[in-house]
Each structure stands twice: as C-alpha cells, then as structure tokens.
Design a protein around this ligand. Sequence first.
Ligand SMILES: Cc1cc2nc3c(=O)[nH]c(=O)nc-3n(C[C@H](O)[C@H](O)[C@H](O)COP(=O)(O)OP(=O)(O)OC[C@H]3O[C@@H](n4cnc5c(N)ncnc54)[C@H](O)[C@@H]3O)c2cc1C
Length: 335
Amino acid sequence: MADRAFDLIIVGAGPAGIALAAEARAAGVPADGILVLEKAPAHSWIIRKYYPASKPVLANYKGIEAKCEGVLCIPDLTREETLTYLDRAIRDSGAHVRYREEVHRIASEPDRRLRVESATGVYRAAAVVIAIGILGRPNKPSYPISREVARRVRFDVTGERLRGLDILVVGGGDTAMEYCQFLVQEANRVTLSYRGPDLTRPNPINRDSVLALAGQGKLTLGLESEIAALQAAAGRVRVLFSRPPETSAVVDRVVYALGGTTPENFLKSVGIEFEGASPRLTKSFGTSVPGLYLAGDLTAGKKGGSIILAFNTAAAAMRRICEDHGICRISPAPP
Ligand SMILES: Cc1cc2nc3c(=O)[nH]c(=O)nc-3n(C[C@H](O)[C@H](O)[C@H](O)COP(=O)(O)OP(=O)(O)OC[C@H]3O[C@@H](n4cnc5c(N)ncnc54)[C@H](O)[C@@H]3O)c2cc1C
C-alpha cells in the first residue's frame, strides 16, 4: 500500500481516530478513501494499557458533560464493553486500518496535499487528522536514573532554557542531531554520544551540519561510545562509559534522543504553531498547517479529555473537513 492517495488519513486509532472514521463514513466518504494508521498492535491502546480490568468507564469522566454531538456515543460501561463498542465502530466503518505503523513525519506537498510517512509507507491526502492522544513517551535508557540525577536529565530541549552549560546529547538520529545544533547555537558546550562508528541514520543535512560543527571545534563527537551509568556529582552528573572502557565525564545536563516522542514535539515537528503550551487551533480543530486537524485529548488542554469529548471533537473536525475539502457526499448534521 506504499505511496497511495486517500481522501482522509487519520493518525491514531483511539476513541477520537475511530470516531473520525465513523463520522467520515456517515458523511459519505468511501471506505477505501479512509486510512487509519495506528502504532500499537490493536486500536484503543491507551484503554487496553492503562485502564484496570475492573474499571468502570464513566461517560462524564472528570465531570466533562456526557452530551454526544456525533454518530458515536457511550453510556457508563465496563472496560470490556467500551472496547467492544469501539471494535464494532472501527469494523463497521470499513476504513483501512494499518496497525504497528507509527507516523513519524507529516509534510505539506506543493499541490497542498499532505504527505504522511511511517517506517513502511508514504501516504497522501488533502485532509489529515492527528488523534494520537497525550500519552506518547520518549524511549528511556536501560540503566536506572536516580531521582537526584533525574533533575538534570532531559528527553527534549523544550522544558528548560539550556544556555552556557556542559551538555551530553545521547543518540544518533535526526532528533539528536537537531538537539546538538540547537544547543550549540544556545552557547552550550555540547558532546554527542553515539554507540555507532558513523552517523548513518540522520538525513544528510543534519549529519553534515553536525560534522561541520565538530570540524569547527564547536561540538565534541563521541562515536562508538556507550553509557553504563549516571551518578550525581555535586550538582552535576557524572557519566560512566562502558565504551571507551573506564572513562567518564561530568556534565550539567544529559539530553537523551533515543526515539519515541512526546505529542508536543511531534506536533511541533510537523510545523503546527503553538500558543504557549497549546497548539493554535480553530473552533473546528484546524491547525496552522492547511488540511491538518487535531482531535481527541490533543485538543483538550491541561484539564484533559474524555471518550465522549474525543467523539465530539472528531465530529466537529469532520464537519469542517466536509466543508473545506469536498470529500463528503452527505452534509453532516449540525451539532
Ligand atoms: C487511567 C485512565 C482512565 C480513564 N478513564 C476514563 C473514563 O472512565 N471515561 C472517559 O470518558 N475517559 C477516561 N479516560 C480518558 C480517555 O481514555 C481519553 O480521553 C481518550 O482515550 C482520548 O482518546 P484519543 O483518541 O484522543 O487518544 P488515545 O486514547 O490516547 O489514543 C491515541 C492512539 O494513537 C496511537 N498513536 C500515538 N502516537 C501515534 C503515532 N505517531 N502514529 C500512529 N498512532 C499513534 C496510540 O497508540 C493510541 O492508540 C481515562 C484515561 C486514563 C489514562
């Protein structure tokens, strides 16, 4: 299915993504025009992973009004009943669902369509909805990080102004390269630690920029290096390496870029503008990128969302998509 065009691509098969597929079908979008990409092996992964087996699923979770505005709706249910309901909804939609397919890049094409990339496919559509929830997690190293050291360890470079510090960036992909460039720009003394012998994973621009910084003496390149442990060291972090053996370094911060991502980083990486901590959204959840919408928990802000809110945001986004993109054969009912 690589390199195919769709009417609508939905990223994430949780309650919001499933509701979007259902709304799109109800609006007359053909089933084979809808693609759902889900990184987990099954839909509604957050419910499967985080809800205890005996948990009652409350329709008015966190006091959020349980008033349904679209085609999907739930009363109070058990966890299993909720999963059965969502299972039926995604099956009835007939949409293509591709599991174990994490979207890592979305970009605008010159013809104003959006290109959506996973490790195994490239897909295009005029309208794309991101419904990945808020529980994304960066990958962590295998060795433990003590609480004392954890205050000096970062998994992105957005949480704190990092300036004039000794920083070890760990990783060998594009994110690690981008962190290095950013941190050098911010007048930090940066060392890159990567276990491979060469920088083969990043794109050529990132790789060449980092090699140029190393050539200019603005960055220290630690290839074939592997960390064994981190220790607290008088307000700093002592990094003990297993490769080269019996070496260590003391730094102010360790920044890991080992894959995985937070939703905020993902949204910023696709070019969505933010206002403070939240993405800038229209009333129908359109983003600053034409054709790109958000749904579900991503739209709920700090107070968090609920399943019915996820359904309702999907319905609102779909109404707007029908108006803007001409892919619907039936006008969706107003809320
Ligand atoms: C412990 C707990 C209890 C809760 N109890 C209730 C309750 O009783 N009632 C209620 O209404 N709400 C409850 N909620 C809240 C509810 O689960 C969420 O509001 C709802 O799941 C949000 O749906 P969503 O589709 O926006 O996101 P999610 O449910 O988070 O779904 C996002 C999906 O996107 C996938 N994904 C992530 N990144 C990518 C990527 N890059 N590419 C492809 N796929 C990706 C994920 O694997 C996931 O399947 C609870 C939440 C938690 C954590």
